[in-house]
Design a protein around this ligand. Structure first.
Ligand code: BT5
Length: 269
C-alpha cells in the first residue's frame, strides 16, 4: 500500500498524517487522521468551511462526543471505524436526505463484499443492521445557501471490532467481530467502504433511480409491520416501499398511505 504525506489541520492529537491510496478516484485521497477527538463531523465541517476538497476524510480512533441524529449520542471507543467524508454535490438541499440512505447502503454493501454470508441490510433511514442489530449509522450535516448545497459532511460509524457495548446497547448493537468471530482490520474495512461509497455516490449523482433499486434490494423493512415515531405521535403500519425522495411509504392500519421523510421520524419498534 502506498502512502502520501499530507498537511494536517484541526484540533486533537494527530496520530498519523498519511493518506493510504485505495482504489478510489476522489474519496480518501486526503485523510486527516487523529487518535482522539470529540467528533470527526465537527472537524470535517471546519475543514469544509476552509475549502477542503470533495472526498477529504477525517478519521479518529476514538470519539469522546460522538454524535447521532437529533441529540442522540454515538458510542465510539477504539476499535471501531469513525470517519467523516466531505462531499460537494451539485444538488438542491431537498435531495440531501437521500445521502443518509446512501451511506447506510455503503456500509451494507461493504459488509456483503467482505463477508458474503452475513445478512446485512439497511434500516431506514440511516442504519446498517445485521439480524436486526445496529452495526453502523450515518449522520449527514449540510451547509446550504439559497436552497443549494455548499457541502455535506457524511459521518459514518461502524462497529468493526467492538466486543462489549454498554447496557443500553448490548441487545440492540453488534459488530463485525461479534458476527464473524474474527478480528477485521479497521483499515481494510475503511478502504472497502470508501470504494463502495464512491461508486454509490457518483452513480447517485448520475441517476438517482439506480441507487433506489439498490436501497430497495437491501432494505430490511420492506413488507414488515413497524412502528414509527413522529414527534409525539406513534404510527403503526406496513412498509410498502421507499420512494424516489427516500421517504418511507407506510400503509397505516386505517388503510391510509403515509409517506415519511428521513428527517421526520424514527423507527420505534
Ligand atoms: C446514527 O444516529 O446512527 C448516526 C451515527 C453516526 C456516527 C458517526 S461516527 C463519525 C461521525 N462523527 C460523529 O460524531 N458522528 C458520526 P442515530 O440514528 O440517531 O442513532 C443513535 C442511536 O444509536 C443512539 O441513541 C443509541 O441508541 C444507538 N447507538 C449509539 N452508539 C451506537 C453504536 N456504536 N452502535 C450501535 N448503536 C449505537
Amino acid at each position: 500500500m502506498n502512502y502520501e504525506l499530507i498537511e494536517a489541520k484541526g484540533e486533537g492529537e494527530i496520530s498519523q498524517i498519511m493518506s493510504p491510496t485505495s482504489d478510489t478516484r476522489v474519496f480518501g485521497k486526503r485523510v486527516y487522521s487523529y487518535s482522539k477527538v470529540e467528533s470527526t463531523n465537527d472537524i470535517a465541517y471546519t475543514l469544509a468551511e476552509q475549502g477542503a476538497e470533495e472526498g477529504t476524510v477525517v478519521i479518529a480512533i476514538e470519539q469522546t462526543e460522538g454524535k447521532g441524529r437529533v441529540d442522540h449520542y454515538w458510542f465510539s471507543p477504539p476499535r471501531g471505524l469513525w470517519l467523516s467524508l466531505i462531499l460537494r454535490p451539485l444538488m438542491v438541499s431537498s435531495s440531501i436526505s437521500q445521502l443518509s440512505l446512501l451511506g447506510a447502503l455503503g456500509i451494507t454493501t461493504s459488509i456483503k463484499r467482505m463477508f458474503p454470508l452475513l445478512s446485512s441490510g439497511i434500516r431506514w433511514p440511516n442504519d446498517a443492521v445485521i439480524n436486526g442489530k445496529k452495526i453502523g449509522g450515518v449522520l449527514c450535516r449540510a451547509k446550504n445557501e439559497q436552497r443549494k448545497v455548499v457541502f455535506v459532511i457524511m459521518g459514518i460509524g461502524v462497529n468493526v471490532n467492538i466486543e462489549e457495548f454498554p447496557s443500553p446497547l448490548c441487545f440492540t448493537a453488534t459488530s463485525l467481530k461479534r458476527e464473524t468471530g474474527c478480528y477485521v482490520p479497521e483499515e481494510t474495512f475503511q478502504h472497502c467502504l470508501l470504494e463502495e461509497l464512491e461508486r454509490l455516490y457518483f452513480s447517485f449523482l448520475d441517476d438517482s433511480s439506480a441507487l433506489l433499486q439498490e436501497i430497495r434490494l437491501f432494505s430490511s423493512l420492506l413488507g414488515k409491520q413497524i412502528k414509527v415515531k413522529i414527534n409525539q405521535e406513534e404510527l403503526t403500519g406496513l412498509v410498502q416501499d421507499i420512494d424516489e425522495k427516500g421517504r418511507l411509504v407506510l400503509r397505516l392500519e386505517s388503510g391510509i398511505q403515509r409517506r415519511i421523510g428521513p428527517e421526520e421520524g424514527c423507527i420505534s419498534g
